[in-house]
Write a protein that binds this ligand. Structure first.
Ligand SMILES: C[S@@+](CC[C@H](N)C(=O)[O-])C[C@H]1O[C@@H](n2cnc3c(N)ncnc32)[C@H](O)[C@@H]1O
Length: 299
């Protein structure tokens, strides 16, 4: 006779491995990739890192009943396609852990590459205190990363949505170091809002809304939880980019750089817009998955 547990016993096991397994089933059935979500949700419950959860799992650690219940409840909520970052309240972006939640766009990995282009151009500026502007800052992800990774930089960030601006304010309080100046306003008014910076900006970067209005994203996390203002921008998705191209021309110094994130198939249209507005050296670059996702130009 073998001595294995009856199935109902192992179903109730509170070992981390067993709970992760049950969380993974819930997530997979809802079409959510359980890796890394199950471990990240459990890490959130335990107040530990994901790596520590993996170690505890290998050590055969048992959860307490409240931890067990909280973990399975979170997995069930995530299975309703609520974004992971809305459940943990955090989004990792480059070296920062930003506060996010309903009302603000969750920063994405591809924007880390966009930020790198802006950072490289900012670091190359001859000025000992280079100036950057981040239009459509959302959670403040790009602006805060620039300031954090280049401690000589001064950064201005503009956001139109009051809700998103409130999230950015919290992140600026945590990471701004007194060098990120956050403004509530429309990117279209940036020339007026940032009047003292006219002709002095070394890098103007933006991850604006760029989804064509007819192209509703399929993922429920994006479609139902990212704010509409963060996604859509006219029939071809380029309405705000057209505006930014003109506004940025007056703000950026001669030889300064414009960095724009966009969708995979928009590179050539954006290069045409920028060239027509007098930008030089327009170039489109790929992200880590080899998709055209960022266009740069020189004033
Ligand atoms: C795609 S999200 C990017 C947010 C952030 N930069 C990031 O990369 O995570 C676009 C952001 O632009 C803001 N936005 C949309 N239209 C705007 C406008 N006319 N002026 C300023 N911000 C705007 C949205 O509220 C949203 O926060």
């Amino acid at each position: 006779m073998t001595s294995s547990n009856p199935p109902e016993m192992s179903d109730q096991s509170r070992s981390i491995l067993s709970v992760l397994e049950r969380m993974s089933v819930l997530l997979s059935e809802a079409g959510v990739d359980p890796h890394p979500d199950a471990e990240l949700l459990l890490a959130h419950v335990l107040g530990e890192s994901r790596g520590r959860v993996q170690v505890l799992a290998l050590m055969g650690t048992e959860l307490t009943e409240p931890q067990h219940d909280a973990a399975l409840e979170l997995a069930a909520t995530r299975a309703e396609r609520i974004p992971l970052q809305h459940l943990t309240g955090k989004a990792a972006f480059r070296r920062l852990e930003l506060e996010v939640g309903p009302g603000v766009f969750v920063p994405r990995p591809e924007t880390e590459i966009v930020t790198q282009f802006a950072l490289d151009a900012l670091a190359a500026a001859a000025d000992p205190h280079p100036i950057a502007v981040d239009l459509c800052t959302g959670s403040g992800a790009i602006a805060l990363s620039l300031a954090h990774e280049l401690p000589t930089a001064e950064v201005w960030a503009v956001e139109k949505s009051r809700e998103a601006h409130a999230w950015a304010e919290r992140n600026v309080d945590t990471y701004g170091d007194g060098r990120v100046h956050l403004m509530l306003g429309d990117a279209a008014e940036a020339r007026t809002l940032l009047d003292p910076l006219a002709g002095r900006v070394h890098v103007l970067v933006s991850n604006p809304p760029y989804v064509p209005s007819g192209m509703v994203p399929r993922e429920p996390e994006v479609r139902d939880h990212d704010p509409e203002l963060a996604l859509y921008s006219g029939a071809d998705g380029l309405d705000l980019i057209r505006v930014i191209s003109v506004v940025a021309r007056d703000l950026v110094t001669s030889g300064g750089t414009l960095v724009l994130e966009h969708a995979e198939l928009q590179g050539s249209a954006i290069r045409r817009i920028l060239s027509a507005d007098g930008w030089r050296a327009t170039a489109t670059h790929q992200d880590l998955t080899m998709r055209d996702r960022v266009t740069t130009a020189v004033r």
